[in-house]
Design a protein around this ligand. Structure first.
Ligand code: HEM
Length: 319
């Protein structure tokens, strides 16, 4: 340690601090005294490790339920990172192309990690345990992940999140409030037998609908797609286009298929019949990307690519 009180680097730093404190009328000496008294920061306090590790409260005694809880929590933390990047992009009216590209690439890394790690769900729990502990969690479902919807709403024009058949009948003047109930996910988590909206969906709308509508309104002119349109064309343009296509593919095909595989693994028995562990929703018709066909950036894909949505992943991983 440098004990020389005349060290010019330390003196210069003190000078800078003095100027900083003077600006807000604070006394540097008192603050230095406070610094002397303060405890050193410790890693476990900084990341709130004890709190983090206390956030798992299984509803059953099946050990694999903890894997289910922790993996959902990990996913939600990645969702938070994705939203954080999106918030930084949409906070700027016309971001520099290099900034925009780098942030989309960061998002792609997070989503790729989520899609690739879904094996933790697909392979990493005992089927018999899952089918029992899952019953104790009804009617809760990952369908109720608000962050997943927020990511969708911030990614694209709300129009692209509407039920496909409704898109064709839409008048240009319709407000987000008017069309909200035609969002594609309102078709999900409906009752397989009656077609009625499930209680899972009702709870979700009750808690979040207003927040989603407000977010969609706020992001109408500054979601990722709208911001992309404002980025001036330059040497990064091709890379940005590729990165946005990659994002669309990662979240709307690869993550969804990885997730769908877990549903097939746990919710269908050896004879292919559905097991009652979801409260009887229409997940088999709703979850597969080839039926759902959610595409954030339709203008970046050819008609042929859109008609084969989801197929390239199946070719790569299954055929
Ligand atoms: C073994 C693991 C899993 C199974 C069997 C499973 C099953 C399902 C099913 C059947 C649905 C349709 C709605 C319903 O019937 O409840 C659904 C929706 C959903 N789940 Fe999962 N899930 C699993 C893990 C996860 C994880 C780890 C997440 C991460 C947050 C998640 C997020 C979602 C989301 C966001 C939806 C709505 C998807 C959409 O609207 O397209 N799921 N899940």
């Amino acid at each position: 340690m440098d004990k020389n009180p005349q060290n010019p680097v330390i003196l210069a730093k003190l000078q800078e601090l003095e100027e900083k404190y003077a600006l807000t009328g604070q006394d540097l000496l008192s603050s230095l005294e406070g610094l002397k008294q303060a405890n050193y920061l410790k890693y476990w306090d900084y990341i709130h490790l004890d709190t983090l590790l206390s956030l798992q409260t299984p509803r059953t005694d099946f050990p694999d339920e903890r894997i289910f809880i922790v993996y959902h929590q990990i996913t939600e933390l990645y969702f938070r990172l994705i939203r954080w990047e999106m918030e930084q992009i949409t906070a700027q009216n016309t971001p520099e192309s290099a900034f925009f590209l780098e942030r989309i690439q960061r998002i792609n890394r997070y989503v790729a990690h989520l899609a690739n790690s879904f094996d933790i769900m697909v392979e990493g729990m005992e089927v018999a345990q899952f089918r029992q502990f899952r019953m104790a969690l009804l009617p809760a479902s990952g369908f109720q992940s608000a962050q997943f919807r927020m990511i969708e709403i911030c990614s694209t024009d709300f129009y692209n999140l509407l039920e496909k058949s409704f898109q064709n009948n839409l008048t240009a003047k319709a407000s987000i409030e008017e069309v909200f109930s035609y969002s594609y996910w309102m078709r999900g988590a409906s009752d397989e037998k009656t077609g009625q909206e499930t209680i899972t969906s009702q709870h979700f709308q009750e808690k979040y609908k207003d927040e989603f509508v407000n977010l969609a309104k706020k992001n109408k002119d500054k979601n990722i797609w709208q911001t992309y349109l404002k980025v001036a064309p330059d040497a990064n343009s091709d890379k940005i286009r590729t990165a946005l296509r990659e994002y669309d593919q990662l979240i709307n095909v690869e993550w969804r298929l990885a997730h769908y595989r877990s549903a097939v693994k746990y919710l269908k028995n050896e004879a292919g019949a559905e097991v009652a562990a979801t409260g009887g929703t229409n997940w088999q018709k709703y979850l597969p990307p080839r039926f759902q066909r959610t595409i954030f950036y339709p203008l970046l894909w050819s008609e042929d690519e859109k008609s084969k949505w989801g197929k390239s992943w199946v070719d790569k991983h299954v055929n």
